[in-house]
Design a binder for this molecule. Structure first.
Ligand code: C2O
Ligand code: CU
Length: 482
């Protein structure tokens, strides 16, 4: 799909990328953590409904998306640190039994606002409303999505972006949101493809064939030429784990899952579903083009490209301005309690994932009886049903520090998400990543990683894989903090 000229440019840019990764780290330090102001109240109405939408990536066809609001997809809510969000969710979904809720992903909020049906609130039935209200405690790039039948509801578009401002130390020259996701849409036919397949659920998930950024295929994004531009990358996909990089420009990561890190060069960063990274990119100038690419597959995929507009802004060497430090409590590693969590395929899941196709055929009947392909510590959430709550996976003492020793005992990747808290990554045996905070840690096949946090938020908190088909076929549980 790339022209030959684009391909050659990409190869040259790729070489530049490799050398950029080898350069010394940037030296500028994080700013002091932001202090929340007294804040105002921001009221929004999110009405989940079917709205035909002709996103540019659908090639002129309108598809029956499920969205939260009229107008641009996805909706963006922007607050200052200290502001209170009052969000009224209204369920106007077109199916009589389609219950819903909103989970504010990555926000450390009171548990009754966390949006998990049955666990912390009654599901919102068609015709009903539910009011959420909370003051987000952290600055950064977050998002929200429904937490019911998520594979289809998120698959059809029920997602929004939540940005909490107050984290900059100096202004950037632009602030651009990039919502990256696939659509389960066959571009030739213009219809939805299955959101869930047994075979996908037992493996890496069912991929949507149509890839997009901000609802367009490889959009051209204009930035101020030679400006240091903040890009907020959000993997809003249900399934795909990407390896994201930038070609043709210098770029640095300044935050992961909303929380600042001292800038590091962006060579490739793994972005599983729900991962956000904030990047500063020195925008191209003149006729140059920079590219956002996914290198998770042998044929690299260009997700979006950037051009520079206007007179070049900056001439100085690229030295990305850091954000303010995050406000996540520091775990006490000496006093921390260690808990081990192993992520496995169930026996059924192993059979479904068997490389030998013939093994899969006769399994159909088994699979319909028990769609639990995945487990956490050998336990699967009962049969794709939120309403029958199993006991918690662990009960934590409020205020204590914990080290979770996560182990992926399967051949597939699992982005592991905890609600209401933010992990600090301590170490991994497979990926060399800087120390950072994350609410969704990607575990590669056979990876072991230790994460730490202070269990300071009382309540029941979901702990699950964010490949939604894995979550919905068993790799889901909850942690009680009491
Ligand atoms: Cu973004 Cu429980 O999920
Ligand atoms: Cu998974």
């Amino acid at each position: 799909m790339l022209t030959r000229r684009q391909f050659v440019a990409g190869v040259v840019a790729g070489a530049a990328l490799a050398s950029a990764g080898a350069q010394a780290r940037y030296t500028r330090k994080l700013g002091t953590a932001a202090e929340p102001g007294t804040g105002k109240t921001v009221a929004v109405r999110l009405s989940a409904a079917e709205r035909p939408n002709a996103l540019p990536c659908f090639g002129g066809r309108a598809l029956p998306l499920w969205t939260f609001a009229d107008g641009e997809w996805p909706p963006l809510i922007r607050l200052n640190l200290g502001d209170r969000l009052e969000a009224t969710l209204e369920n106007r979904l077109p199916r009589p039994a389609e219950i819903t809720s909103i989970h504010w992903h990555g926000i450390r909020l009171p548990s009754d606002q966390d949006g998990v049906p049955y666990l912390v609130q009654a599901p919102v039935r068609p015709g009903e409303t539910f009011r959420y209200g909370f003051v987000p405690p952290d600055t950064g790039t977050f998002f929200f999505h429904t937490h019911c039948n998520t594979v289809e509801q998120l698959g059809r578009g029920l997602v929004g972006i939540l940005i909490i401002d107050g984290d900059t130390t100096e202004p950037y020259d632009a602030d651009q949101v990039l919502v990256i996701r696939d659509w389960h849409v066959d571009p030739a036919v213009g219809e939805f493809t299955p959101f869930f397949t047994l075979r996908g659920a037992g493996r890496a998930g069912t991929f949507g064939p149509l890839r997009s950024v901000n609802g367009a295929v490889n959009p051209e994004i204009a930035l101020p030429a030679s400006g240091d531009c903040r890009l907020r990358l959000i993997n809003a996909d249900t399934t795909r784990v990407m390896q994201v990089g930038v070609e043709g420009a210098e770029a640095a990561i300044i935050a992961i899952d909303g929380i600042a890190i001292p800038p590091v060069p962006l060579s490739l960063w793994p972005m599983g579903p729900a991962t956000r990274i904030d990047v500063v990119l020195r925008a191209p100038q003149g006729k140059r083009i920079a590219r956002l690419v996914d290198r998770s597959t042998p044929e690299r995929v260009e997700l979006a490209h950037f051009v520079g507009n206007g007179e070049p802004l900056r001439k100085s060497r690229f030295s990305p301005v850091p954000l303010r430090a995050g406000r996540i409590p520091e775990p006490d590693l000496n006093a921390a309690t260690r808990l081990a969590f192993a992520f496995h395929a169930s026996d059924t899941g192993r059979l479904v994932a068997a490389p030998d196709d013939s093994a899969y055929g006769p399994l159909g009947e088994i699979c319909t009886n028990s769609r639990t392909f995945w487990t956490i510590n050998d336990r699967a959430w009962p049969e794709r049903d939120h309403s029958r709550l199993p006991p918690p996976l662990a009960v934590l003492e409020r205020g204590r520090s914990y080290i979770f020793q996560l182990k992926n005992n399967s051949e597939f990747s699992h982005p592991i998400h905890i609600h209401g808290h933010t992990f600090k990554l301590l170490r991994s045996n497979k990926q060399n990543r800087p120390v950072h905070h994350t609410d969704t840690l990607l575990l590669l096949p056979d990876e072991r990683a230790d994460v730490a946090f202070v269990a300071d938020n009382p309540g029941d908190w979901m702990f699950h894989c964010h490949i939604i088909e894995h979550q919905e076929t068993g790799m889901m549980g909850y942690i009680r903090v009491a």
